[in-house]
Design a protein around this ligand. Structure first.
Ligand code: NAD
Ligand code: IPM
Ligand code: MN
Length: 367
């Protein structure tokens, strides 16, 4: 059998820094667990624009369609703020999601015990927290037509369209119900059916799909209330299913429950390929963090945990994924911290690579 193939797209800013650490983890699995990968690396975002004049080259897109998993760092940065909209780094990422048809974006928010004190919420509210946001990723207001900026009565008008077909809502709902079945069998669907027709349809379709998953306890919540409930009593949730834009915002909100945006991984999954595994891209939830780029301060854990998700969902190596997650948990329990995980300016932080050194040492100990 051939090795599993990975396409690594570090992207911009700290994307490059955290992905360099993931490469070290990949090498560890090759050397110590005899898990070999065919690794390809290419450009996306501003880095691709600098070389090719576009945020994603067609050859890179084609490669992404072929591999077992794409690993992406982050895209964007102030250097690209004035670019034409179609050339912005973020368009490269959105093209990957759309053309690979990665409709189910899994964004787990888990609070490691060692970090419960560090959340901006009280410890008892977040200790043991383990929720999974399933964000619809290829439709909604991110992609709906018409869109653009045009003139009307001598005034500029900006237009975006929230549009969902029932098929789009349904396939994401099935992914969310399947996820709930593997977890605590509780699903909360979030929309704004009180003000949006797309929200009414969302609620109807999710309710229809529920008929196929009678064991799952389904509830519906308006997304604004959902945001409030996430910070009031986050442990009431198990799986949350929501649209592209609400999911973007709610997952950043959930990130802070866990201590830092630098902790949150994600998996974006599409339809099964010939080998039965889903088309997939794995990326941290955070962005390119221009404010700390080049300083060795970035927390690599979100990106390394995203690789753990790749091991689980794309490589069929769930036990190795658990080994990696346990190593990270141990390092945190030992008090190893990057700067984003420290509230006390007098404590000492390790660098990006220092965090990986500790994780690799914990992996060695796990053997
Ligand atoms: P951001 O996530 O880059 O940063 C928000 C804050 O969190 C910053 O203070 C940053 O220093 C901190 N932070 C983020 N990740 C961290 C990590 N791993 N370790 C330590 N601290 C971390 O969001 P932003 O500043 O709103 O956006 C910056 C750029 O990134 C923009 O161009 C945006 O479009 C892009 N972006 C890209 C992605 C992606 O590629 N998936 C996601 C979000 C934002
Ligand atoms: C994310 C990001 C992206 C999004 C941007 C960079 C296109 O914020 O992955 O959360 O809005 O989906
Ligand atoms: Mn986001």
């Amino acid at each position: 059998m051939s090795n599993p193939s990975l396409l690594i797209l570090p992207g911009d800013g700290i994307g490059q820094e955290v992905m360099a650490e993931v490469r070290r983890v990949i090498e560890w699995f090759g050397a110590k667990r005899d898990l070999q990968f065919d690794v390809f690396e290419d450009l996306v975002g501003g880095a691709a624009y600098d070389k090719h004049g576009v945020p994603l080259h067609d050859d890179t897109m084609a490669k992404a369609q072929e591999v077992d998993a794409v690993l992406l760092g982050a895209v964007g940065g102030p250097a690209y703020d004035d670019l034409d909209f179609s050339l912005k780094p973020e368009r490269g990422l959105l093209r990957l999601r759309k053309e690979m048809d990665l409709f189910a974006n899994l964004r787990p928010a888990q609070c490691f015990d060692a970090l419960a004190d560090f959340s901006s919420l009280k410890k008892e509210l977040v200790a043991g927290l383990d929720i999974m946001i399933v964000r619809e990723l290829t439709s909604g207001v991110y992609f709906g037509e018409p869109r653009g900026i045009h003139m009307e009565d001598n005034m500029r008008v900006g237009v975006n369209t929230q549009r969902y077909t029932e098929a789009e809502i349904e396939r994401g709902a099935r992914a969310a119900f399947e996820m709930a079945m593997k977890r605590n069998k509780k699903l909360c669907s979030m929309e704004k059916a009180n003000v949006m027709e797309s929200g009414i349809l969302w609620r109807d379709v999710v309710t229809e799909v529920h008929a196929d998953y009678p064991e799952v306890e389904l509830s519906h919540m308006y997304a604004d209330n959902g945001a409030m409930q996430l910070v009031r009593a986050p442990k009431q949730f198990d799986v949350i299913y929501t649209d592209n834009l609400f999911g973007d915002i709610l997952s950043d909100c959930a990130a802070m429950l866990t201590g830092s945006l630098g902790m949150l991984p994600s998996a974006s999954l599409g339809a099964p390929m010939e080998n039965g595994r889903p088309k997939a891209m794995y990326e941290p939830v955070h962005g390119s963090a221009p404010d700390i780029t080049g300083q060795g301060k970035a927390n690599p854990i979100a990106c390394i945990l995203s690789f753990a998700m790749a091991l689980r969902y794309s490589i069929d190596e769930g036990a190795e994924a658990t080994r990696l997650e346990a190593a990270i948990e141990k390092v945190l329990a030992d008090g190893v911290r990057t700067g984003d995980l420290l509230s006390d300016a007098n404590s000492t932080a390790v660098s990006t690579s220092g965090m990986t050194d500790a994780i690799l040492a914990a992996l060695d100990e796990s053997l």
